[in-house]
Ligand binder design. Sequence first.
Ligand code: AMP
Ligand code: GLY
Length: 421
Amino acid sequence: MKVGIIGSGGREHAICESIKKSSKIEKIYCFPGNAGTSEIAENIAIDISDFNKIKEFLISNKISLLIVGPEKPLVDGIVDFFKDTEINVFGPDKIASQLEGSKIFTKKICEIYKIPTANFGIFENCNEAVVFLDKTQFPLVVKADGLASGKGVYICENKDSANTAIKEIFNGKFGIAKNVLIEEFLIGEEMSYFIISDGKEIKNFETAQDHKRVLEGDKGDNTGGMGAYSPSRLINQVLEKKILNKIIEPTIKALKKMGSNYKGFLYAGLMIVKDEPFLIEYNVRMGDPECQTILPKLKTDLLEIIEACCNEKLKNLKIEWYNKKSLCIVLCSKGYPDKYNNNILIENTEKLDLAKGDFIYHAGTKKIENKIYSNGGRVINFVSLSSNFKESRDKIFNHISKLNWSGGFFRKDIGYKVIDE
Ligand code: AMP
Ligand code: GLY
């Protein structure tokens, strides 16, 4: 079987490596992929927003399954675009993808179905929003409605910073803004909870704890994710039941009423407040770096799981996991998430002899004449599975020191809550 993967990050390299293990795989194509995927698949330089070009390529190369890594093509309706073709596209349709594409869409579902989430208000103009600031408490959270590449969320300690946030959003910093969302600030611990669905059945796809801030001790700017560990230290059967009953199931039901059967991965970003889950946001895909952290624990053939989803046969499939602790550290370009340089040579990759349970997933890398160069803010993901998180982290430190890349930096405290506290 020939499979296409859309995306170029660590998440997509991890998916590529996972499905490569399947005996059914004949060839994998990555659109556009990175230096890591080029080792095990063919990278195709197609603009991923050009669905017609992708379709032409898939048909002429007899590719029967397309796995979509990032949110943008899903929100733009790639699943609907391929509806009348023989090609299976793994991911949710355009209606369901609004869960990530519009925070206000999700909040409205929460309101109707009484899904626990931060109290909120939707404001259609700057004045209305600013007037509201006079009668509220701080901190609060100001959010742009649409996709903002991990930005567009402001935690505001006071009126001044909230004013600035509202103005930036209405001035179009994240695209044309018809409204702004203002939310209560929740105090608790975050957790990423994943499910996979075939439109009929949902199955747990593990938990993780991301580290979004750029600096140690969870300080500094938000990033796409500097590292993660799985499972989350918070998960237990009682909490999981609450997440499913109070958050996931009502959401799936709401989408069904709108005519959409959710297919694909669904990632719930949660805040756990005194053992109660609150929905912060949905993503209609796997997380990055959560995907790299979780997939090495998967015992069951990923391709078989994805095929079962496409064929609505997930019910009959048992998804099995290794009972291990997985930790991921992301090596980033110096300067990320602000300004950084690309095209910095990465040497010493041949010195990294990976033991069983160790994995390296490329993200922002490219290969030129057999040499690897940086090509993005998040560059290489190091993942290790062990019986405890400290051992996983120590093994990663060892690899990163062998790589000795002077262009990069990483957070040394990933997993501090489960290792150092
Ligand atoms: P998001 O892009 O929605 O994931 O938001 C980015 C980050 O902002 C989240 O990971 C949280 O750390 C934080 N955040 C968002 N909404 C809230 C909220 N209502 N209360 C507390 N923190 C929040
Ligand atoms: N790690 C956060 C995300 O994938 O959105």
